[in-house]
Design a protein around this ligand. Sequence first.
Ligand code: IMP
Ligand code: MG
Length: 187
Amino acid sequence: MMKEAESYPLLFSREQIAEKTAELGAAITRDFAGEKVVLVGVLKGAAIFLADLARQIDVVCTFDFVAVSSYRSSTTSSGAVQLIKDLDHTVEDRNIILVEDILDSGLTLNFLRRHFEGHKPRSLRVAALLDKPARRKVQVEADYIGYPIENHFVVGYGMDYAEHFRNLPDIRILPADAIARIDAEKH
Ligand code: IMP
Ligand code: MG
């Protein structure tokens, strides 16, 4: 699987990702100098980005995680997002940095923003490694964005297709024939 995936078109190399993650970490470090932050990762896609970003942030920092499920099948138009796992710790009066792998329709971020605002944090910012602005269905933006991208389906560095490819070290564009093969294996 790994060998085959190495032939998929490369979008961002591990070196590019590391460079961008360091920039984002430096910006967060500047913005929160003298304060504490809680990094809230959205499982599972953001886990690897959070792990690397956290090590580029030089302020006191804790971790928490949430998990959501979204119904994005063509038969559903509601775009409903459901919370599967909530925060372990209260975020009241905390500086939250929500860490996402990629912003697509914006439905997940919109849902989580409202959810966290209900918990009265001191501040709420969003860090997303990738952003597909052309795909937005609801108007939400991240405060720290790694790379804006075109409308490609990407995998690697935590991001998956049907749970595959999260462990690829680079970010690659998933070709249509690979999608078809994975879909066929599911049946
Ligand atoms: P949104 O609610 O449509 O913005 O969806 C955001 C989530 O969809 C991301 O956190 C990813 O888990 C997933 N997603 C969106 N685009 C991609 C992609 O190109 N590759 C892998 N996952 C994606
Ligand atoms: Mg995700």
